[in-house]
Design a binder for this molecule. Structure first.
Ligand code: LLP
Length: 409
């Protein structure tokens, strides 16, 4: 069994360091609890990146999906490990460059790149712009010709597969706004042929996120490879095959064995598919790298018992972790200190936001909770603080990065 980087030891929620030591999470709240606090265990990020590299036998260049967690210290440390980055805006591009990612290791995805963003990406001379429509390709060509440069582009395929995931994070189905299916081929071909400012370097696909069954991803890799070879057969010197991100985590458990196994099987399967093809393999993982590294610690403000429900009102909510409200995501919630009692009470763990959607956990069995108790919302390292909103103007959460059991920022 492979445990997550947090576990309950002697009734205390602990962070597990890379060398296997346990550090109580409560001890990481410097000066005591002040307000909602994200804690990120960098040892776990490092282990995940290393495992992913090994699963692909060192033959896949990882481009960390920056959108999943853009904490500057995490980014700097990830960049130091020599991985690349996948990003979706000029703001993310600047964060990546400031954090030390090299332009040659940057891929830029997203359906809505503005002229200014394209210009910035071309001036930085990044590795590839992942193009999502013919209109975008024309715009890139126009900006590249104004700058007198050659834009390196990869075409994002919509492989028309149907991944099993929440509809809001499915991107590879024909009804989604992302990528281009085979019907775009002739138009793209025409634009490429008419231009001296475009260089087609690759094919990319990203079919969705939080995928716990990777069979649709495998189908997408096969389709991407066919498209890649089709471009090559037309005389284009394509070289990169970018398989996107999407690998999911098991939010219901602290046992990460199935995730590790899934990555190993996926790596082996992808390597088998591309065997004998002359190409550079890229991937864009986000959640699987940082999802498990983070917890969000929150304090119980009130217990409110009604004839119908028990509410545990905490000081964090959908403004700081939107996933439960937006995708009905089931993050585990654990007390920092478990009581000895075996009695359980059902609580709805809710936040302070003026929306009935502000529920972090529905009908969760808990030890009796009291004002001032601290709870950790688990697996909040990906798509947590990055999706924060200013709605209701609460103070922003604190963030702490831990490495080798020590606070580094
Ligand atoms: N590449 C592209 C082009 C993407 O759009 C994404 C994520 C990734 C890679 C990384 O996917 P990952 O490996 O993290 O699944 N907010 C949602 C997830 C949205 C994902 C958006 N795109 C959530 O909290 O579940």
């Amino acid at each position: 069994m492979k445990l997550s980087s947090y576990s309950v030891e002697n009734n205390e929620l602990c962070l597990r360091t890379g060398s296997g030591d346990f550090v109580p999470v409560s001890g990481l709240l410097e000066g005591g609890y002040q307000r909602p606090t994200y804690i990120y265990n960098f040892d776990d990020v490092k282990a995940r990146l290393e495992h992913m590299k090994q699963a692909f036998k060192g033959k896949c260049h990882i481009h960390y999906a920056l959108k999943s967690n853009d904490h500057p210290v995490l980014l700097k440390k990830i960049a130091e490990l020599g991985v690349g980055v996948d990003l979706v805006s000029a703001g993310e591009l600047r964060k990546a460059l400031e954090s030390g990612f090299k332009a040659k290791d940057i891929v830029f995805s997203g359906v809505g790149k503005t002229k200014a963003e394209i210009k910035e990406a071309l001036q930085a001379d990044i590795a590839q712009l992942n193009v999502e429509s013919p209109a975008e390709l024309k715009r890139i060509e126009q900006v590249a010709s104004e700058l007198s440069v050659k834009a390196k582009v990869a075409f994002r395929l919509n492989p028309e597969v149907n991944p099993v995931t929440h509809p809001y994070i499915c991107t590879g189905f024909r009804e989604n706004k992302f990528g281009m299916d085979s019907s775009f081929f002739d138009e793209l071909h025409g634009i490429l042929n008419d231009s001296k400012h475009l260089e087609l370097v690759g094919v990319t696909a990203h079919i969705g996120s939080q995928l716990r069954d990777l069979s649709a991803s495998i189908e997408a890799v096969e389709k991407s490879l066919q498209t890649f070879e089709k471009w090559r057969s037309k005389g284009f010197a394509v070289k990169t095959l970018d398989i996107g991100g999407g690998i999911g985590i098991d939010y219901s458990s602290l046992d990460t064995t199935s995730e590790y196994e899934m990555i190993e099987e996926y790596g082996a399967e992808v390597l088998k598919i591309i065997e004998g093809h002359d190409l550079e393999l890229l991937s864009e993982p986000g959640r699987i790298i940082v999802g498990r590294c983070g917890v969000l610690v929150s304090e119980v403000q009130y217990i409110k018992e009604t004839p119908h429900k028990n509410f545990c009102i905490v000081d964090t909510g959908m403004h700081q972790l939107m996933r439960p409200s937006l995708y009905q995501a089931n993050h585990q919630i654990l007390p920092l200190k478990a009581s000895e009692t075996s009695s359980k009470v059902l609580y709805d763990i809710v936040g302070p936001i003026c929306e009935s959607a502000d529920v972090i956990g529905h009908e969760r069995p808990f030890q009796p909770l009291f004002e001032g108790d601290l709870l950790a919302i688990m697996d909040a390292g990906a798509y947590g603080r990055v999706m924060m909103s200013d709605y209701n103007s609460h103070a922003k959460p604190l963030e702490i990065v831990v490495e080798n059991g020590k606070i580094v920022s």
